[in-house]
Design a protein. Sequence first.
Lengths: 245, 689
Amino acid sequence: MREEHGNVAPIMISKGEDPGDVRTDVPYQLITILGNIYPWMTDGKKIAVVTRKCDEKALAEFFKRGYFDRSRVIQIGLACDKEQIGKCRCRDPVPSVVDIGEQQVALGTDALSDKLLEMSSEERLRFWEYQFRKCNKCFACTANCPVCFCDECVLEERTFVPEKGVPPGMSFHLIRAYHLSDKCIECGECERSCPAGIPLLTFRKLVAKDFREMYGFSPGDEKTISPLLTTLEGEPLDGDECDEC
Amino acid sequence: MRVSPWTEMSAMNVKHVLTTCPYCGTGCNFYLQVVEDKLIGVVPCKTDEISRGQLCIKGYNAHAFVQHPDRLKTPLVREHGELRQVSWDDALDRLAKEIARIKEKYGPDSIAFLASAKCTNEENYLFQKLARAAVHTNNVDHCARLCHASTVTGLLYSFGSGAMTNTIPEFGDADLILVTGSNTLEAHPIIGSHMLKALDAGARIVVVDPRDTPLSRLAHIRMSQNPGSDIAWINGMIKVIIDEGLADEEFIRTRTTDFDKLKGVVKEYTLEKVESIAGVKGEDLAKAARLYANAEKAMIAYAMGVTQHSNGTDIVMALANLAMVTGHLGKESTGLNPLRGQCNVQGACDAGGLPNLFPGYQRVDDEQARTRFEQAWGVKLPGSPGLTLTCAVNEAAVGKLKAMIVFGENIMVSDPDLTHVEDALKELELLAVVDIFPTETTKLAHIVLPAACYAEKDGTFTSTDRAVRLLRRAVNPPGEAMPDWRIACELAKRLGAKGFDFSSPAEVMDEMAKLTPIYGGIDHERIDREMIRWPCPTKDHKGTRILHAQKFTKGLGTFAPVHHSPPAESPSEEYPFILTTGRNLFQYHTGTMTRRSPKLERQAPEPYAEINKADAKGLGISEGDRIIVSSRRGSIALRARVTERIIPGAVFIPFHYSEAAANWLTNAALDPVSKIPELKVCAARIQKG
C-alpha cells in the first residue's frame, strides 16, 4: 500500500521501481486483490506480496487447491500492530517470518462471541436475525473474501437465494458460513467491508470454534486436509455397522 | 484482451486507479483494477471518507459494462433510414452544418441541448457554454428536471440553496433520521449504510413511504401515506409540534420570516384530517412529530417520492418548514437532505446545465451575472430563460423546436409519457445523440456520436453532499470514442465559437471556477489530495460541510404556507389503481449500463409490477403471472410480484426496463414552478395478461 491522492492505495510495482510512501497500517486484503489479478498475469513472473499471518493462511488454502503456483508467490511477512490485532480480536497474529513490524501478543477472546455464547439460543437467533435484516446484498463479503473462490457461487444461483429484493434470506449467510467453514482464515475482511455493520468476523469465529472443537481442524495449514473432504476416505467408520439393510 | 507489450525487462502493467463511482449521487470512491488496458475489477477505497472501504453491488460491478462489446465505437449518421459509420470529421461537420442551418432558418431558440448528469462538471460547463455562447440559446437542461428540479426551486425559496445541508457521514451520528420518499438502502446504499451505523448506535429511524422498503422494515416508526398526500402529513406534523410547544421559537424569531403565514395554514391539519387524506394513523404521526422535534441531532433525507409530483416544489417547501420550525438546521448531523440520484446530477446543476441559471445558480435574467459571463466569453448572451427538458419535448411535438442535441441521456425510457416523447422526437429535423451505448433514443437519432465513459476520462463529479470528486482515466475508450468534453469543444469550434481551446478538463475547471463563486477555490490539483465541498470561494478556503450554519444562504429562511392538493390524476372506475414508479437495487435508470453487467442483470432480469396481496387476490392474479398494466397513455406487459410491501390500491413498477418501460404509462403533468413531471402518481388499470 502507499499514500497517493490523499488516500492509501493498494499498489503493484515492478522490480526496481520506487515504491514511494509505503503504508502498512491500512488493512487492504491483498490476497483477494492478488486472486483477482493472478489469472490475468500471464507473463509467468514472480509476485511478492505483503502477507499478514492470516494472508499466509489464505495463501496456503490457494496452494493446497492448486489455484496459485507456489513458486511464483513470494511472501513478505508483516506483523500486525496492537491496534489491528484488537480490531480483529486475533488469536494468531505473527507470520512465520517477520519482515516488517514487530511481533505482538495475540488476543485470546472475542467479547461479542462470549456474550453470544451466554445467550439462550432464542436470544442468539434474534440477534442474528436483526443483523441479517440489515443485509443489502452487496456481495462484499464474498467479493472481498480471499478464500471465497468457488468456480460457481451458489449465492448467485436462485435455488437458495432468490433474486427478488433485499434482504436475502437467512440461507444466504448460512450457506456462506458452511462454504467457508474449512477455509475461513479469520482475516475479518467481510466484517470490515460490510456496509450494514454485521459482525461477520464473530460469526466466522463461532463456526471456527466449533470446527476446532469437533474436528480438531483449523483452516490455513497447507498440510492438513479439510474434514469435509475426508469422511468417506481411509479407515472404515468406527462403531456398529448398520444392520437394517 | 489486447496483446501485452511486456518484454523480458518489464512485468505486466497492473494499476489500481482511484476514481468515482458512475451510479448514484453518493460519490463513493474506489479503485479500478487494470491489467494492461483491461478492466478486471473494483476494489473499495478504505480511506475514503464517504465510502469507508464499502460499496454496494452496483459499485462492485462498475467495471463490468465499460468494455462491453456493445459500446458505440464510431460516429454514425443516418442515411436512407439506416445508421452508417462515418469519420469524426464528417459527423461533426454535418452536425455543425445542420445546427447552423436550423439556427439560420428558425432562430437559435429552435435548438435545445440536453446536458447530462452522467457527464462531468467540466463537460456540463462546456455543454451550457456551447448552447449559450456558440448557439446563443438558453435552451439547455438535463434530467435533473425529472428528479430534483423541485428541490432546486423549493429550497432556493426556503433557504437560498438547493443542496444537501449536511454531509453523508453525518447521518452516522444522528439521533433521529426521518426518511421520506427515499428507498435509501436500494437507491443510495452507502448513504443507507451510514444510517444503519446510526441505527446500531441507538438512533431512531422514522420512514414515511407508500412502499415497504428495506429501511422501513428496520424503522421504529413506519407510516405508509397515500401517494400524493405528503403535504397533509407534513403539515400535520408541524401542527403537533406547534400545538405541543415543541417549536424552536428562538430559531424561528432570529433566523426566519413568515412564520405567522405557516401557522395560519397548518392549523386546519388536525390528526383526523391528515388521517383522512393521507391514510396515516394520527397516533403514529404525533409520535413521529415528538421524536423529531425533541431529538438533539435530527436529519431528514428525501428523494423522488417527494419531488416527482405536480406540486413537488410545495412538498419540498413543506419539509423545509418542518426543519425550520424545529430549528433542525445548520448544525452537525442536523439538517434537510435531498439525496440526488445520479453520479453528477448535483454537478450538472452546479455547472449551469439549466435553462434559467448560469453556473453557480446565477440567473440568466440577472443583468449583472449575464454581463460577467458576456465579458468572460466575449459574446452577447440571451437574457431570457430557455426551455426546460419537459417543455422542450412539448415544443418539439408542436413543431416549434427543430433540433435537439443530447449528451448522454436516454429520454426514450426516462421521460414521462413516452408516446408523446416519441412523437415529439420524430418531429425534429435534427436529433443528435452522444452516448456510450446504443439506446432507445439513438434509434431515433440522425447523428450518433460515441463517447468515452467515466473510466476512460478525467474530470469531476459533484456528489449529493457537494463534494467535488475526481475521475481518473483508467483505460482507453473503445474504438474511436472520445470524451464528451472534446466532442463539445470540437463542435463549438466548427460553429465558429471562440473560447473552446481546452487541452484538458483541469483547464475547463479553472475557467468554470473563475465564473462560479461556489467553486471559486476548486482546482484539480487541490481535490486530487483533499475532499472539498462547495461553497469553496477561494483557494485558501477549506470548503463547507454544513450549510446555513450562522445564517441561511438567502439571509433569513422563509416559511412557505403550502396546502395539500390532490395529484393531477386520481384513480377512477376505469383506472382504479395508483401507479408509482422508482428504482430497484440492482438496476440503474434506463439500464444501459446495469443490464450489460451480468451480476446485476442476474439479480433483476425482467420487468415486474409489485401489487398488494389483497388486490391480486381480487383480480385473480398470482405471483409471477403475466399482467397488463395500463394508464390513459399506454399499456405494458410484465410479471406480477404479489407482495405486502405496497399498500392496497397502489402498484409499483421500476422504470429500468425498456421492454416494458413504466414511462409509457406515466403522466407528464408538470409542477408549475419547477416543471418536474408527476412520475410518482398516475391512475392505472391492472389486467391478467
